[in-house]
Design a protein around this ligand. Structure first.
Ligand code: SAM
Length: 302
């Protein structure tokens, strides 16, 4: 037996010790063996394309031993590709039929664990059980998931609103959600979700994913989206104030900001003065306000 030389890259040694990633057919057989039928309510469209699962794990640019959260591992196909990157993987699965299947496939990876619970606590909060499992202190964490459609927007918005949000996210979402996440101001996709995500993240659209890459086939196209925490990230309290203002104003996105703000403040003149102090034209539609304007307005007393 030959031993690796000192000059050999570290990844090579790690690769030798990694178990092989089972093909989709092994996951499919496990699902069939359990008599599994996918639930539309839980957004169960499983990724079956091995190249894509590998590409998602690679495009997330994870370093060995970094902390990664996967929401909805399903039967564990993408999870195995993530665990293969030698990361600390926390996979949160709501479906008690699937969590044990994912756990079984992840058994060879000592840094991976599956927790069976809802990632959400109602509509407006992440599950405290999940929050308690996130790394503490300055240790960063990353979100990498093929997100269930019904909760993709709230999960991302809630992750972005954390005092310590995920440092990056790499998620597979429906095209319509991807468009809203990456939207520019004054476009039809720009809205409260775009604003609250972009307050925390620089967002870029990744590769489109065809319907045929999933089982069962979804009705719409999907896309990978990447987010990376902004260099100039504001403290959580400031982000929340801007987010609340964006939600309140953009509920009436076609109306002029002076009118909507006047109604919110219950005083037209005070609203006009506040807009002037923030350097914002009151005739602009609320749906055209960009993040700088929203932030300035939130910081301007009125
Ligand atoms: N990661 C798998 C893959 O890529 O093939 C499955 C992704 S599938 C789109 C979404 C998964 O999220 C399902 O396994 C579903 O049961 C799970 N899920 C749905 N709602 C959830 C929730 N609120 N909390 C945790 N998991 C959830």
């Amino acid at each position: 037996m030959t031993s690796p030389s000192d000059s050999e890259p570290r990844e090579d040694a790690a690769a030798v010790s990694r178990p092989p990633r089972p093909p989709w057919s092994a996951f499919q057989a496990a699902l069939r063996g359990a008599g599994f039928h996918p639930s539309r309510r839980l957004g169960q469209n499983f990724l079956l394309d091995e190249n894509l699962a590998r590409a998602i794990a690679r495009d997330a640019h994870l370093e060995a031993q970094e902390h990664v959260v996967e929401v909805g591992p399903g039967c564990g196909f993408l999870s195995v590709h993530l665990a293969h990157e030698d990361v600390e993987l926390l996979a949160i699965e709501i479906d008690p039929r699937l969590a044990p299947i994912a756990a079984k496939f992840l058994e060879p990876y000592e840094r991976a664990r599956v927790v069976e619970c809802d990632v959400l606590d109602g509509k407006h909060a992440l599950n405290p059980e999940v929050l308690a499992l996130l790394p503490q202190g300055d240790t960063p964490w990353h979100l990498v998931s093929n997100l269930p459609y019904a909760v993709s927007a709230p999960v991302l918005a809630l992750v972005a609103e954390q005092p310590k949000p995920a440092r990056t996210f790499t998620v597979l979402v429906q095209q319509e959600v991807a468009d809203r996440l990456a939207a520019s101001p004054a476009t039809s996709d720009w809205g409260p979700l775009s604003a609250s995500i972009q307050l925390t993240y620089d967002v870029t659209l990744g590769r489109p994913v065809p319907r045929g890459a999933f089982w069962p086939r979804p009705r719409v196209e999907s896309r990978i989206v990447h987010g990376s925490v902004r260099q100039d990230l504001e403290p959580v309290e400031d982000r929340r104030v801007v987010r609340d203002l964006a939600r309140a104003l953009m509920g009436r996105r076609r109306q002029m900001v002076r009118r909507v703000l006047g109604d919110l403040m219950g005083d037209k003149d005070a609203a006009a003065a506040r807009l002037a102090a923030a350097g914002i034209d009151g005739d602009v539609r609320t749906g055209a306000l960009d993040l700088d304007q929203l932030s300035r307005l939130a910081k301007t007393p009125g």
